[in-house]
Design a protein around this ligand. Structure first.
Ligand code: NDP
Length: 404
């Protein structure tokens, strides 16, 4: 028996619900809760039609601990999968502690009024989860998530020591819209407009944001999709990986952006539409970025005509038996194929499948432990095996290209 509560019925929630429903022998009871209950019901009705599985739909205010406790108790969940927004992480963790329920998420907590990504808020729950014998698993999507697992696997299976890691995230897809984001627009734009940091010789080195003319970028030749301009970006998994990959000297994160995307974002930024502070508009207080989100396409709706692929992976430079090695582990995911399977584009899919896998390993007690964990602290082998089985096959090759 494993009873789960999924919070959030957006692009990622849709994939998690469907992938869990595909495994009724693992997930025997699924409840999907979100602010707009009609979104849960729409997903539940597709699940019933396709897999013959019943999912309960519930309205929840995931900013309110008491309301989350009410829903957890009503469905007797043993694990809460949080795929709402990063703002809700702490309230959901508090509700899990209050009800003795395990916890899993895909993005680290962010205070709504400052776009600052760090694990400190959630790592501070270590003792509380440990004392209750509960597991909180942080960042179990693709990046963070699979990229951390690739690092743990490289450390366990491919290298004696790893000197550098470069994480490369490429979306070479085309959704046909002039400008859209592939996951929640507010969270996505906060992430990509911040000052860039990478880690080198024990310190965080700052470089200009991707909208600045002096930002750092280069063209990388991705498998199957070819050369794409890749921009240095700060990404949250680096913060935990520098703690957990022994002897690491440098870690960087690169993401591809098209020229039209950068141009649109520059204009929006220049006119103030990416601001996250409140402004007065005709007597009403609004946050410009939240207003922009309301105008942009819903990422969950992008899948219909999406073509092309995502290529996300890690390049390692290190030593094995005294010999220098460079290895590249990556996954390629096709937007049209994921749409056919679960009516979602590949960015939602590559996030939702690892979320389901992490949840599966937790409810099957293959991954156990008391406290707050980042995924690279757990055994990568069963996760790597499950990626191949559940829709995200990976490859490991000798890396023969060059990096800046
Ligand atoms: P969406 O905006 O599509 O979905 C978010 C869902 O959460 C919506 O259903 C929304 O409800 C619901 N929600 C928001 N606030 C509340 C609240 N206070 N109470 C209840 N429900 C709420 O986002 P995505 O599906 O694209 O992303 C989901 C999460 O996945 C995000 O945290 C994102 O950062 C993360 N992510 C992680 C990735 C990774 O690789 N690790 C990659 C991509 C995303 P409503 O519909 O009413 O707004």
């Amino acid at each position: 028996m494993s009873r789960i509560l999924i919070i959030g019925a957006g692009g990622v929630g849709n994939v998690v619900a469907k992938k869990c429903a595909q495994l009724p022998e693992v997930f025997t009871s699924i409840t999907l809760a979100s602010r707009t209950v009609s979104k849960c019901r729409a997903i539940a009705s597709e699940v019933k039609e396709r897999y013959g599985v019943d999912i309960a739909s519930v309205e929840i205010d995931a900013d309110n601990v008491d309301d989350i406790v009410r829903v957890i108790e009503s469905c007797s969940a043993e694990l809460v999968i949080n795929v709402a927004l990063p703002y809700q992480d702490l309230a959901i963790m508090d509700a899990c502690l209050a009800t003795s329920t395990h916890y899993l998420d895909t993005a680290n907590y962010e205070p709504p009024d400052s776009a600052h990504f760090e694990y400190s808020h959630q790592w501070a729950y270590q003792q509380k989860f440990e004392e209750k014998g509960l597991m909180a698993l942080l960042g179990c999507g693709f990046d963070p998530g699979v990229t951390n697992i690739f690092c743990a696997y490289a450390q366990k299976r491919l290298f004696d020591s790893i000197e550098t890691i470069d994480i490369l995230d490429c979306n070479a897809g085309d959704h046909g819209h002039p400008f859209a984001t592939n996951f929640n627009p507010e969270i996505n734009i906060r992430e990509v407009t911040q000052t860039v940091r990478h880690w080198h010789n024990g310190i965080w080195v700052e470089t200009p944001p991707i909208l600045d003319d002096d930002c750092v970028h280069f063209s990388f030749n991705y498998p199957e999709v070819g050369p794409k301009e890749s921009y240095l970006l700060y990404h949250e998994e680096m913060e935990s990986l520098v703690k957990h990959i022994e002897g690491l000297k440098r870690i960087r994160f690169w993401m591809t952006f098209s020229e039209p995307y950068i141009t649109h974002l520059k204009v929006l930024d220049n006119v103030g539409m990416t601001r996250i502070d409140k402004i007065d508009y005709q007597g009403t207080s609004i946050v410009p970025l939240q207003f922009l989100k309301a105008l942009l396409p819903d990422p969950g709706s992008l899948g219909t005509n999406y073509t092309g692929k995502t290529v996300i992976g890690c390049i390692f430079d290190g030593e094995k038996k005294g010999t220098r090695q460079q290895k590249y582990i990556y996954n390629i995911c096709d937007h049209a194929k994921t749409y056919r399977e679960v009516q979602a584009q590949a960015v939602s899919y590559t996030t939702g499948v690892p979320t389901m896998i992490g949840a599966m390993l937790m409810v099957q007690k293959i991954w156990t432990g008391a406290g707050v964990f980042n995924v690279e602290q757990l055994d990568p082998d069963p996760f790597m095996e499950a990626l191949n089985r559940y829709g995200l096959p990976w490859k490991v090759v000798d890396f023969e290209g060059s990096l800046p």
